[in-house]
Write a protein that binds this ligand. Structure first.
Ligand code: FES
Length: 118
C-alpha cells in the first residue's frame, strides 16, 4: 500500500507510480487537480511528450493502467476512445494520461508508459 504526503495546505498529495518503457519506476507526488500526464511532464518523467498539451489530440501521453486500478478511473469518453485508436499498440488497459485527473482516490495509481513517439 502506498502512503500520502500532507502538504502545507493540509491536503494530501496522491502518489502516482510511473513505470517507463524501459522499466524504471518513479513514485511522484502530484497535486490533486493536475492530470497524470502533467504529473509526468512536470517531473521530467521520460516517455510522455504530450505534444498537444493535454487537448486529447495527439495520443503521445498513452499509458497502460495497472489492471487493479482500471475500475477506479473516470470513464473514457468518445474523444479519448477514438484518439487511442491512433496510439501505438492499444490494449484493453490503454488510457490517455491527460484525461485522468489526479484525486485522493488515485493515491498509489500505477501507470506503465507506452512507447510514445512524437
Ligand atoms: S497530451 Fe495529447 S492526447 Fe494527451
Amino acid at each position: 500500500m502506498y502512503g500520502s504526503f500532507l502538504c502545507n495546505k493540509g491536503s494530501y498529495m496522491p502518489k502516482i507510480n510511473y513505470i517507463t518503457a524501459d522499466g524504471e519506476r518513479h513514485e511522484i507526488q502530484v497535486d490533486q487537480g493536475y492530470t497524470v500526464m502533467e504529473g509526468a511532464v512536470n517531473n521530467d518523467i521520460d516517455g510522455i511528450p504530450a505534444e498537444c498539451g493535454g487537448a486529447c489530440a495527439c495520443a503521445t501521453c498513452h499509458a497502460y493502467v495497472d489492471q487493479e486500478w482500471l475500475p477506479k478511473l473516470p470513464a473514457m469518453d468518445d474523444m479519448e476512445d477514438s484518439m487511442l485508436d491512433a496510439a501505438y499498440e492499444r490494449r484493453d488497459n490503454s488510457r490517455l494520461t491527460c484525461q485522468i485527473e489526479v484525486t485522493n482516490e488515485l493515491d498509489g495509481l500505477i501507470v506503465h508508459i507506452a512507447e510514445n513517439e512524437c
